[in-house]
Design a protein around this ligand. Structure first.
Ligand SMILES: Cc1cc2nc3c(=O)[nH]c(=O)nc-3n(C[C@H](O)[C@H](O)[C@H](O)COP(=O)(O)O)c2cc1C
Length: 169
């Protein structure tokens, strides 16, 4: 593992395919207590003049408790060979299993926030805004009925990107 801190404007990636197709691990907590889960919804953009990540976390997720409790989180993007590990972290809860033991991923601290040594890219983020999605704000009602009739609502977290690390190994 050799994480090199990069200027985000020097990086070359497509946020739509990176998030939607490659997925990422969203992680928050401390070295002693943290949780991670797979996400494929979110965004990378600019808000209040700063580069930002947006993540959407259903309130039923164990990770939700960590996102609420801690001010920072990381977004870790992995090479294709870790697809199985990401599938595992997206289909099991940290309430029931030790995802790190089961996947063999290696936690590392970057800027005091847990991330993973196997990641190819890590965004370290500081929460700047968080808000529940609200039923009465859905313009496309089909999404509301299809995605939330039986499942918990998402909370949106906007994180200012405070550092980006690229893995040079
Ligand atoms: C490919 C994929 C993408 C996912 N994207 C999200 C997401 O963006 N938001 C979300 O709340 N859950 C998402 N999930 C579901 C969580 O990762 C899953 O429920 C996970 O087991 C939650 O773990 P936790 O209870 O330890 O937090 C996704 C799952 C997969 C497999």
């Amino acid at each position: 593992m050799a994480f090199i801190r990069k200027n985000i404007e020097e990086l070359n990636f497509n946020p739509v395919s990176m998030i939607g197709k490659e997925w990422f691990l969203l992680t928050a907590g401390t070295p002693e207590s943290y949780n991670t889960m797979t996400c494929s919804w979110g965004g990378i953009g600019v808000m209040w003049n700063a580069p930002t990540v947006t993540a959407y976390v259903r309130t039923s997720r164990y990770t939700f408790e960590y996102m609420e409790k801690y001010d920072k989180f990381t977004v870790s993007v992995f090479p294709e060979e870790y697809r199985k590990a990401l599938s595992f972290c997206g289909s099991h809860s940290g309430r029931d299993v030790d995802k790190i033991r089961e996947t063999g991923l290696t936690p590392v601290m970057l800027e005091d926030v847990p991330a993973f040594a196997e990641a190819k890219l890590v965004f370290v983020c500081e929460k700047v805004y968080a808000q529940m999605l609200e039923e009465n704000c859905f313009i496309d009602r089909e999404n509301l009925e299809k995605l939330y009739a039986k499942n918990a609502m998402h909370k949106m977290y906007l994180g200012r990107i405070t550092a980006v690390y690229e893995n040079q190994t």
